[in-house]
Write a protein that binds this ligand. Structure first.
Ligand SMILES: Cc1cc2nc3c(=O)[nH]c(=O)nc-3n(C[C@H](O)[C@H](O)[C@H](O)COP(=O)(O)OP(=O)(O)OC[C@H]3O[C@@H](n4cnc5c(N)ncnc54)[C@H](O)[C@@H]3O)c2cc1C
Length: 311
């Protein structure tokens, strides 16, 4: 008969590691099934400027090595890199399958994160971080380091509109590029249309990100056989949304239309004893600092649940 853990945390990014630290300190016996990306996607970010207190910034690797070390020290073991394959939350204790093995838990925190959707066009991967960006909140201030500040924002929905608004204060011009029309909410569109330095290009499909060492623009295909054209710019912000890592959950918890986990104020999901933290949940801001705060709150909620409800 396998052990029933007080708390199993899924994910070892800022949300999962913080949940593990707080869960352990609240007296829970914690197991982290961290998945293949130890430290989460932050570990691969070159430079983080907006996570205090690091005047001048910190590399993602430096930050997450320390975060992993603190979690490991706290729990007496480093998070496992085992990936959760499926869950069964229909009965108690809660059950998870990872690496072909079954795990049981009184409470679970899902902190499996999300990934930005990519265009998958030539030049995008090569120029990632060198003018191709996926997060306006994180990277728009980098425009100040470029010779010119012509920003190109790809996408036609709310995600692109929010990205454009985030880029706006840092750019000399912002050009939104969309395949069809702009589907962003009317209030966002109105706000963008009122700005002189914002322009809209529709009926164009991005075929390539141009530039050798740095971005120089986009190559676009005009829909309905209109041929190719180029639009110049020093930065390309891809605003086509995020993909949550929730496939392994099936329909075990309630998700929103895009697959993110719906949570209440204390980060409870639709299943008692199951909580969600960080990028994987429906939230207006996906940042390191909000993921860490979520991890702390979810752990506190899980500890209260285990104390009151037991297994
Ligand atoms: C290009 C880019 C730049 C960014 N720059 C900044 C920045 O400068 N500042 C800032 O504050 N934020 C930045 N962010 C946002 C930041 O990276 C996220 O908000 C943060 O990583 C969220 O942490 P998380 O723990 O929720 O998820 P993640 O960091 O995505 O971690 C998810 C974890 O879940 C694990 N996992 C996934 N699936 C499974 C599974 N099935 N089983 C077990 N484990 C699983 C993974 O292995 C990983 O450990 C940036 C994002 C991007 C995309």
């Amino acid at each position: 008969m396998s052990q029933t853990h007080d708390l199993i945390v899924i994910g070892s990014g800022p949300a999962g590691l913080t949940a593990a630290i707080y869960g352990h300190r609240a007296g829970l016996e914690v197991l982290v099934l961290g998945g293949p990306a130890a430290g989460g996607k932050v570990a691969r970010h070159h430079h983080i400027e907006n996570y205090p207190p690091f005047p001048g910034g910190v590399t993602g690797a430096e930050l997450m090595v320390k975060w992993l070390a603190q979690a490991g020290q706290e729990m007496g073991a480093y998070p496992s890199e085992t990936k959760v394959e499926r869950v069964d939350f229909s009965s108690r204790p809660l059950s998870l399958t990872a690496g072909g093995e079954a795990f049981l838990a009184k409470s679970v925190i899902i902190a499996s994160g999300s990934h930005p959707r990519r265009l998958s066009v030539p030049g995008e991967a090569r120029l990632d971080g060198k003018g191709v960006f996926y997060c306006a909140t994180c990277d728009a201030p980098l425009l100040a380091t470029m010779d010119r500040q012509r920003a190109l924002v790809v996408g036609g929905g709310d995600s692109a509109a929010h990205t454009a608004l985030g880029v706006l204060p840092h750019a000399e011009s912002v050009t939104l590029v969309a395949r069809g029309g702009f589907r962003a909410s009317p209030a966002l569109l109105k706000r963008l249309e009122s700005e002189d330095k914002v322009s809209f290009v529709t009926g164009r499909v991005v075929k390539e990100v141009l530039g050798e060492e740095a971005v120089s623009g986009l190559s676009l295909e005009v829909c309905d056989g209109g041929g190719r054209e180029e639009v110049p710019g020093e930065a390309v912000f891809i605003g086509v949304g995020n993909r949550p890592a929730t496939r392994f959950l099936g329909d075990a918890v309630e998700l929103d239309d895009e697959g993110f986990i719906l949570t209440g104020p204390e980060l409870a999901t639709s299943v008692p004893g199951v909580f969600a933290a960080g990028d994987v949940r429906t939230t207006p801001l996906r940042q390191i600092i909000t993921a860490a705060a979520d991890g702390a709150l979810a752990a506190q909620s899980a500890a209260a649940f285990v104390q009151l409800e037991g297994a």
